[in-house]
Ligand binder design. Structure first.
Ligand SMILES: *Cc1c(COP(=O)(O)O)cnc(C)c1O
Length: 426
């Protein structure tokens, strides 16, 4: 990261925006308003903003449907039977994967189950899953129900690693040590890439390496990582991963998720899986014959035909990522979140109402900063909201602020600082 001497002034923030190589991208998004002004939208960790191009990408498919009906499956520039394919290249780039290793499909929780069917295969003493205390509820429920499905009790099968007493974050060394300690009992390591509550980015490479040393498969939930932090899933030899497209990927509420399956598994038809016709070898998909033969690569995990309308909106967003480039996005992200951290520290110095729990080191976080609210609770955050901020409160006492490099600005960070100062003074 370039060394920037941050300053707490509007002029400084303006200057940073002027020299920002990504400043033009803000105009490619619809910015929600509050009291007739653009809101300070720091909530892209929950729902990314709508690209202005989304409607035209969607409209093109709607028109094709209107004009062609069922023939759209095999006609047009991208026949619907191939609808998932154009997104592969860009998803692969964001994930650090081969195009054969990724595919857009289903929702995140659904995909997590499908991947657990394939990669959580308890046997004898090896039946435990290493996961974290306080995982996102859907991930907890998926793991609980999967271990039950195999006949185990969650209390015996789920090994939840917790921060040390008095700490908020997991130390990499502790995760690695836990893997070593339980190497003979672990059937799976399943963690997030970036933790949704604290904003901590885990050392996926080191975790994968340690697990691999002991023959334990590793999967990551990348809901808060994709489009936010650099990823190299293939080189890190992560076994599988899934994500959602509506947070940092800006593909719209509930839109299509996707899976990564490492190449070393992609060509193994023996890996157990729940199958559907869209995962069957393409040449024979419409032969309507008995006997499932999976396609090679991540496509072999497909079940249903492609969600064409959702994929259209995803494509609008991926094209923006392609134009901006993940390297430039990340470079700005480090500067912008660094500035938010600076503004927060300057503003809350010597006050005990708030505490930043997200790691301070840029490589250990994405764009989100999580604040523990010690005093004032949700009503403190409500006063920020009344003054134009959109952020997200998580029970019991955390507020998450995510300045998103594609559409947020340094001036918004500065403006939030003013709102914060007034709320603490008032
Ligand atoms: C957002 C999020 C989900 C959401 O799951 P859906 O199936 O998309 O509803 C799951 N897990 C994590 C870690 C998340 O952050």
């Amino acid at each position: 990261m370039p060394n920037v001497a941050y300053e707490l002034s509007r002029e400084f923030a303006q200057q940073m925006d002027e020299i920002d190589p990504l400043k033009a991208f803000r105009e490619q998004f619809f910015l929600p308003e509050k009291q007739g002004k653009p809101a300070i939208y720091f909530c892209g960790n929950s729902l990314g903003l709508q690209p202005r191009t989304a409607a035209s990408y969607l409209q093109a498919e709607l028109e094709k449907w209107a004009e062609m009906g069922v023939e759209g499956h095999f006609e047009g520039s991208v026949p619907w039977v191939d609808a998932r394919k154009p997104s592969k290249q860009q998803l692969a780039r964001l994930l650090g994967a081969g195009t054969d290793e990724v595919v857009a499909m289903n929702g995140l929780s659904v995909n997590l189950h499908l991947l657990l069917v394939s990669f959580y295969r308890p046997k004898g003493n090896r039946f435990k899953v290493l996961t974290e205390v306080g995982a996102f509820p859907s991930d907890q429920y998926a793991l609980e129900s999967q271990v039950r499905y195999h006949g185990y009790r969650p209390e015996e099968a789920l090994l939840e690693i917790a921060p040390r007493p008095g700490e908020h974050l997991l130390r990499t060394a502790d995760i690695l040590e836990k893997i070593r300690q339980h190497k003979k009992e672990l059937a799976l390591v399943m963690l997030p890439g970036v933790q949704y509550y604290t904003g901590q980015c885990f050392d996926m490479e080191a975790i994968s390496r340690e697990a691999r040393l002991h023959g334990i498969p590793v999967g990551f939930d990348l809901a808060h990582a994709i489009g936010n932090v650099p990823l190299s899933l293939h080189d890190w030899e992560v076994d599988f991963a899934t994500w959602c497209s509506y947070k940092y990927l800006n593909a719209g509420p509930g839109n299509v998720s996707g899976v990564f399956v490492h190449r070393k598994h992609g060509s193994d038809p023996e890996i157990p899986r729940f199958a559907g016709w869209w995962g069957h070898v393409e040449e024979k998909r419409f032969a309507m014959e008995k006997g499932f033969i999976p396609m090679k690569g991540a496509d072999g995990w497909l079940l249903s035909n492609d969600p064409v309308l959702g994929l259209a909106v995803l494509q609008a967003s991926l094209d923006i990522f392609e134009a901006a480039g993940m390297e430039r996005i990340r470079a700005k992200s480090e500067l912008l979140t660094g500035y938010l951290e600076f503004v927060l520290r300057e503003t809350i110095a010597a006050r005990d109402a708030l505490e930043i729990i997200t790691p301070s080191k840029p490589t250990d976080r994405g764009c989100q900063l999580s604040l523990l609210v010690h005093k004032g609770g949700k009503s403190l955050v409500d006063t920020w909201t009344k003054n134009g901020l959109v952020a997200d409160w998580r029970n019991p006492n955390v507020v998450r602020l995510a300045p998103v490099p594609l559409y947020n600005s340094f001036q918004e960070v500065y403006a939030f600082g003013e709102i914060l100062r007034a709320s603490l003074d008032g």
